[in-house]
Design a protein around this ligand. Structure first.
Ligand code: AMP
Length: 124
């Protein structure tokens, strides 16, 4: 069921639980602002999720409420994860689903990083 991105943050969501260490994830990177881990159901040979440490429902919520420091830290983390995975030369795709029409399932902002093969058309 896609989430309603206009709702307030619910800290029982699965990524909040990963951030609190209540459930495991396959971490690939962590710093003050961001955590990156492998998607549990990968859609490409490399499929990593990057989430901010702050409590933000979606890209909309984050871009409106996060501090300049949080935004810079998160954006740099996404770039660093892709770079360290060796994805710059072959290329990669970023995706941040937001709300109902996008199919966003988890109500904590996450950027998908896809790579490892030609990714085909932008939308299926
Ligand atoms: P979205 O549809 O953009 O909200 O994407 C949610 C993503 O979270 C999907 O690609 C799921 O496979 C992934 N996911 C859900 N639960 C977990 C989990 N426990 N660990 C890693 N990835 C997860």
């Amino acid at each position: 069921m896609p989430i309603d991105a206009t709702k307030s943050y619910d800290d029982s969501n699965i990524f909040a639980r990963i951030l609190r260490g209540e459930i495991p994830s396959k971490t690939v990177y962590e710093d003050e602002h961001a955590l990156a881990f492998h998607d549990i159901n990968p859609q490409a040979p490399i499929h990593v999720l990057v989430i901010p440490k702050g409590a933000y429902v979606s890209w909309d919520d984050f871009s409106e409420r996060a501090s300049a420091e949080e935004i810079a830290g998160f954006v740099r983390a996404v770039g660093k994860v892709a770079r360290e995975a060796g994805l710059v030369e072959p290329g990669y795709r970023l995706l941040a689903n937001t709300g109902r029409n996008s199919g966003q399932e988890v109500p904590h902002l996450h950027v998908h990083i896809f790579g490892g093969r030609p990714l085909g058309p932008m939308l299926a």
